[in-house]
Design a protein around this ligand. Sequence first.
Ligand SMILES: Nc1ncnc2c1ncn2[C@@H]1O[C@H](COP(=O)(O)OP(=O)(O)O)[C@@H](O)[C@H]1O
Ligand SMILES: [Mg+2]
Length: 392
Amino acid sequence: MPNRSKVQSTTHLSPKMKPLGILGGGQLARMLALKAHELGIPVSVLSEHADDPAAQVTSLWIRGRLDDAETLRTFLSGCSVVTFESEFLDANLLSKLEAATRTSIAPRPADMAALQDRLSQKRLLTQHRLPTSEYFAVATAEEAGQAFESLGGSVGGAVVFKKRRFGYDGYGTFVVRTRKDLKAFLANFDEIPGSEHGFIAERFIPFRRELALMVARSKSGQTTRMPFVETFQKDSRCLWVKGPIKKSPALERLGRSLEKFLGNVGYVGVMGVELFDTGNGLLINELAPRVHNSGHYSMDALSEDQFALHLKCILDLPFEKPEPLSKGFAMMNLLGSSDRAPKWRLPADCKLHWYGKSLNRPGRKMGHYNVLAASPAKALALALKHRNAFKV
Ligand SMILES: Nc1ncnc2c1ncn2[C@@H]1O[C@H](COP(=O)(O)OP(=O)(O)O)[C@@H](O)[C@H]1O
Ligand SMILES: [Mg+2]
């Protein structure tokens, strides 16, 4: 069992330092802000609404839009370092403002730019010899048809088209299984919002299971990773996570390559990595330059959680490798199923993290809970059983 006291950092933080800034006010920003408070790091949040999940948890909330240059400039000037909860910001603008204000943004805007576009992300993976599926860039309906043929769609394999930009939780992912599907997709091609940025096309991977892990690198180059976990997506949206996954040489090799990759690109912060386990190998599905839903289990199940790790990386504080506190853990997302006010009876062994969203909505991420148990399977069974206690 890891010693929690060893995880404490030695660098001096002062509550009088300029606050750490977070761009965005959703649940990821909220959990980051709450962890910053725990570590004695003052934190400021820039978002549009006073009832945003993260706006509720800091007195240093600033109202403003994340696409307004003057708002961003003023916000950056008031912060020691700035991070973000979504990679879909204007990376070019952020890069200019970082230079103008001399407030560093981490992860760097250049890394945000590379990962916010699925095409440049795929190129980056390939360039660094990280395993990912074959892909084609698709800018027009004609190229979509060609990609479908090249990927074997016409011989019965399904093809997945993904918007290059702004896709999340399955919005922006289109599975084309037949020529008839393809016709419907092509007929609609120009009307799909965001289609002007183009798509990538890849084969549908009949995966055995989906896996994920968080990797991390500090400003001065320390790297680490969290355990591999299994994730389960329903309608392309994460429903649960369980872990840790039994170690294997292939997983360890990939984990090491990912840490090396962060060093090679000079990345700063945590990065979420989603994977397909094909039963025959591992393929990276996507990377996210931020804290990630698949890492929420770490809040209760590891010696150091992804939020603390991210903060330490960007403030250049030392950290230990996060280790599991139990033999099994699971995380259950609480997704809205209606617009009624949520109600629950909290089971004693559920560690609840509620996001404080003002409105419930079908499919909306309202909160999550973690459970610990003697094995991953037992933790998942418990988490599934406890889902009945929540009317969300
Ligand atoms: N090539 C693929 N083959 C099979 N399933 C896929 C493929 N790409 C995506 N999916 C499924 O859709 C989910 C969402 O796609 P993903 O690329 O992760 O986009 P998002 O940014 O919306 O999470 C994945 O977690 C996986 O379940
Ligand atoms: Mg995904």
